[in-house]
Write a protein that binds this ligand. Structure first.
Ligand code: HEC
Length: 123
């Protein structure tokens, strides 16, 4: 009970900029189409090599029901906040150890912020 209240307090204290990372969703869409879309669809229910990223921001990891996630991703309990997505996209295999996303990551922080801003529009 107390832990739940503490969590709500932490979530409420996150500033809007910490949630959105101030990215540009239009630029993020073209980065998504160039890089992520090889393996991910933005549409609900469409899985490719990777799971659909529809409604990804704020949801639990490994939540697409008909997608075969790695054991590491299933054990990852941290919700996909903008900050968590930023860290994962920067270095997927370093962030969630043993993850099956064979992607070296996006090194540019601005590009990551733009992609996360675009992902926030998928709902
Ligand atoms: C080479 C293919 C590939 C590329 C490119 C790729 N991904 Fe992935 N992605 C995957 C796979 C496979 C998984 C499943 C990982 C697992 O189960 O360990 C995944 C998982 C994810 C997840 C977790 C999904 C969930 O339901 O918990 C997110 C978020 C994600 N990718 C974002 C991105 C973004 C954003 C990009 C572009 C910057 C990207 N990925 C590029 C293959 C890819």
């Amino acid at each position: 009970m107390f832990r739940r209240i503490a969590l709500v307090a932490v979530l409420a204290s996150l500033s809007p900029s910490a949630l959105a990372l101030d990215g540009n969703p239009v630029a993020g869409k073209s980065i998504f189409q160039r890089i992520c879309q090889n393996c991910h669809s933005a549409e609900i229910g469409v899985n490719k090599v990777g799971p659909s990223l529809w409604n990804i921001v704020g949801r639990q990891p490994a939540a697409v029901p008909d997608y075969a996630y790695s054991e590491s991703m299933k054990k990852n309990n941290a919700p996909w906040t903008a900050t968590a997505l930023d860290a994962y996209i920067a270095d997927p295999r370093g962030d969630v150890h043993g993850v099956k996303m064979y992607f070296k990551g996006l090194a540019d922080a601005k590009e990551r912020a733009d992609v996360v801003a675009y992902l926030s529009t998928l709902r």
